[in-house]
Design a protein around this ligand. Structure first.
Ligand code: MG
Length: 158
């Protein structure tokens, strides 16, 4: 078994869609980034790649690559899943915490988990996702940005 963790942060700005776990949420603010800036998928990809001892997403999907401008992070996650398969690794379980003071995440959690599970080829029960607020404190609480933390377990016995 291999474990990995990943962390990601993106800035909230006007004029960008808010996409989390492949779900577009209603919001005046969206996350800034070269890709769709899906902070949930980015933290998870880094956890998976770290567990697989592969290069991180900054190396695999660099900001300098024009082909990745506006990239759908679920498609990037599918590419990561392909790399795990090539390395003989399978996803056992993963868990993600999204740090966001707004908007309400609860109504969208199931759809995010289903998107991630489908992309990884695992049961939705193998994808944990929760959200927490920062009680108005710091960059999350001031709604200047969002952060996500992910943990995963991979099986290397395939
Ligand atoms: Mg990112």
């Amino acid at each position: 078994m291999r474990i990995g963790n990943g962390v990601d942060v993106h800035q909230l700005v006007f004029g960008r869609p808010l996409i989390l776990g492949g779900v577009r949420l209603p919001s005046d603010l969206g996350l800034a980034g070269h890709s769709d800036a899906d902070v949930v998928c980015h933290a998870l990809m880094d956890a998976l790649l770290s567990a697989a001892r592969l290069p991180d997403i900054g190396e695999l999907f660099p900001d300098s690559d024009p082909a990745l401008e506006g990239a759908n992070s679920l498609e990037l996650l599918a590419r990561v899943a392909g790399k795990l398969g090539e390395a003989g690794l399978s996803v056992v379980d993963c868990d993600i915490t999204l740090c966001a003071d707004a908007p309400k995440i609860a109504p969208h959690k199931r759809a995010m988990r289903e998107n991630i599970a489908r992309t990884l080829g695992v049961s939705v029960e193998c994808v944990g996702l929760k959200a927490t607020t920062f009680e108005g404190l710091g960059f999350v609480g001031e709604k200047e940005g969002m952060a996500a933390i992910a943990t995963c377990l991979l099986d290397a016995r395939a």
